[in-house]
Design a protein around this ligand. Structure first.
Ligand code: CP
Ligand code: NVA
Length: 307
């Protein structure tokens, strides 16, 4: 049966580890794998803007011997005239995999249910699982392990990155803390799913409203924009409520002295994070941005092998 990657918990802990191991191997031997030689084509569809995801999938598909077909829904039939299911049936006759950045997760579910080629979530309103593979690879490079580490996400607890940290962190056996205002709590179904996973991996999930409590003793501190794509109209209200969750040097000093800082980017310096932190010595944001390439190549190799 075709495997898809729509949410972080589509992978078991063993599968997640296998993909991260493969990513590390591919990083050390960049052109050693050619599963798309032919060349086969991979469709990479964008309903929303992107720099890192667009570049890392295009480069990664080329590295694997294939051809990336970058499609903007602004000038395709998907999103307006044609459903995800009909689009899936058209694409599967011609491409090896479908990568899609979209709004509602339900579109990805519909696409995957109607195709025999792997579908990869390149960000939805609910999850950003490809970013988490890159973040976990980066954390593992810095700390030598994942299980048992404490990772604190601060900011919009209902955003795709918070949800993906809950699921992927719990899968990795990490202690995941999310600190956010009561108005921006994570989806309780995602918290329940992460809790259930954590029971099996030795991790844990805790939701905080106090940022200082959440950061105390953390190994990894993470934030994301307060204004995700599609939420631009809410900017003033969000900035007013989320100000207390800004990651600055004072908050960072409450984490472990060797704690690292991550942000999926793009960042709004001065809002969710100070320049001092994001451009400082604890920040590993550029490694994580590069690791999108290696992690997604590993993911594609693994999905193609399990198709
Ligand atoms: N982090 C990330 O997904 O960046 P882009 O929006 O530039 O793809
Ligand atoms: N939460 C952000 C992530 C951007 C990569 C957004 O959805 O806009």
């Amino acid at each position: 049966m075709t495997r898809h990657f729509l949410r972080d918990d589509d992978l078991t802990q063993a599968e997640q580890t296998a993909i991260l191991d493969l990513a590390a191997q591919i990083k050390s031997d960049r052109w050693g794998r050619k599963p798309l030689a032919g060349p086969e084509t991979v469709a990479v569809i964008f309903d929303k803007s992107s720099t890192r995801t667009r570049v890392s999938f295009a480069v990664g598909i080329a590295d694997l011997g294939g051809v990336p077909l970058i499609i903007s829904t602004a000038n395709s039939q998907l999103g307006g005239k044609e459903s995800p299911s009909d689009t899936a049936r058209v694409l599967e006759r011609q491409v090896a995999a479908i990568v899609w950045r979209t709004y509602a997760q339900s579109g990805l579910v519909e696409m995957a249910a109607n195709t025999t080629v792997p579908v990869i979530n390149a960000l939805s309103d609910e999850f950003h699982p490809c970013q988490l593979l890159a973040d976990l690879l980066t954390i593992r490079e810095q700390k030598g392990k994942l299980a048992g580490l404490t990772v604190t996400f601060l900011g919009d607890g209902a955003d795709n990155m918070a949800h993906s940290y809950l699921l992927a962190g719990a899968t990795a056996g990490m202690h995941v803390r999310v600190a956010c205002p009561a108005d921006y709590l994570p989806d309780e179904r995602v918290v329940a799913d992460a809790d259930a996973i954590a029971v099996t991996t030795g991790g844990s999930v805790t939701i905080y409203t106090d940022p200082a409590d959440a950061v105390a003793g953390a190994d990894v501190v993470v934030t994301d924009t307060w204004v995700s794509m599609g939420k631009e109209q809410e900017k003033a209200a969000r900035v007013a409520l989320l100000g207390a969750y800004k990651v600055d040097a004072e908050l960072m000093s409450l984490a472990k002295p060797d704690a690292i800082f991550l942000h999926c980017l793009p960042a709004d310096r001065g809002y969710e994070v100070s320049s001092e932190v994001i451009d400082g010595p604890q920040s590993v944001i550029w490694d994580a941005a590069e690791n999108r390439l290696h992690a997604q190549k590993a993911l594609m190799v693994w999905l193609l092998e399990h198709a």
